[in-house]
Design a protein around this ligand. Structure first.
Ligand code: LHQ
Length: 256
């Protein structure tokens, strides 16, 4: 249910239940967990690409797995499925680029929005489908959405379940780019190749420090930047970056 492939320092994860628009089954949670766990420990990977097979990216939780009126503990489902995996996504050193190839609904939308760079096919849409089945957004949707698009839009689209097309999502600051369907794969490939050639450890710090900024006070955050920059300043990639600039050549970053 999850395809996984590593090649030239790029790891590609593909949600793979196309006939169900890649909705999350129990097996899919487990397979996704195994993949992410592998990536946390693999520092040779310098870019992670997350995408979906077929015409959808991910339709969120598989609603077909719920039997009749049986009451489930959704808190447990979150803790042992999505939340465990989202925590691992944050622990992966390499930047995660999400290529939203089609509809992203419910947890599927918010998994995408938790990635570091999100691009989507122009034909793709994002749906905060939760309230349509009596739930609130999960996968930290209530944390990230107001930060990305502001509280007014965040509340309205989640309360109304309004689909947001890729270009609208870019205009609102929800995602980075909407790409024409015909050139989507090629552009995504270029983005991954660009990321692989960049200084991975610095990107890793960037990945985390923006999130930290929401918890830190102004002065405290200046201290954090100082400490992280001190570490970056000791890296091979900083020396290489400056040398390349002065020698007017392309830098050859090693990722550390
Ligand atoms: C599906 C699904 C799906 C199963 C499409 N499940 N089969 C929830 C509970 C538990 C724990 C904690 O977290 C959560 C978080 C959540 O994710 S809640 C939100 C769950 N997701 C949704 O409510 C979205 C449900 N899907 C839809 O609204 C539509 O399918 C969308 C708008 C995504 C796509 O619409 P269409 O393009 O018209 O496709 P479709 O509806 O015809 O779907 C194609 C097939 O995929 C179809 O199966 P079939 O056998 O009839 O061809 C759907 O039943 C199946 N599918 N989503 N979540």
């Amino acid at each position: 249910t999850v395809k996984y492939n590593k090649n030239d320092h790029i790891a590609t994860i593909t949600f793979n239940r196309p006939d169900k628009l890649n909705a999350f089954s129990e097996t899919m949670h487990q397979e996704f967990y195994a993949v992410l766990n592998d990536l946390v420990n693999d520092h040779s990977i310098r870019c992670v690409l997350l995408t979906g097979a077929g015409r959808g990216f991910c339709a969120g939780q598989d609603l077909g797995e719920r039997q009749g009126n049986e009451k489930m503990d959704l808190g447990d489902k979150l803790e042992n499925g999505y939340n465990k995996n989202l925590r691992l996504m944050k622990s992966i050193q390499a930047p995660i680029i999400c290529a939203v190839n089609g509809v992203a609904a419910g947890a599927g939308a918010n998994i995408a929005l938790n990635c570091d760079i999100v691009v989507a096919k122009k034909s793709a849409k994002f749906i905060q489908a939760f309230s349509s089945i009596g739930l609130i957004p999960d996968c930290n949707g209530t944390w990230i959405l107001p930060k990305l698009i502001g509280l007014a839009r965040a509340k309205a689209i989640t309360m109304l379940g309004t689909p947001v097309m890729a270009e609208q999502a870019v205009e609102w600051g929800m995602i980075y780019q909407a790409i024409d369907d015909e050139v989507f794969d090629a552009e995504v490939k270029t983005l991954t190749e660009t990321l692989v050639a960049r200084p991975t450890r610095a990107l890793s710090f960037i990945k985390n420090i923006f999130d930290e900024s929401y918890n830190n006070r102004y002065g405290e955050h200046l201290d954090r930047e100082r400490d992280v920059q001190r570490v970056c300043g000791l890296s091979h990639d900083f020396s290489e970056g400056v040398a390349a600039f002065n020698e007017k050549r392309k830098p050859e970053f090693k990722g550390h």
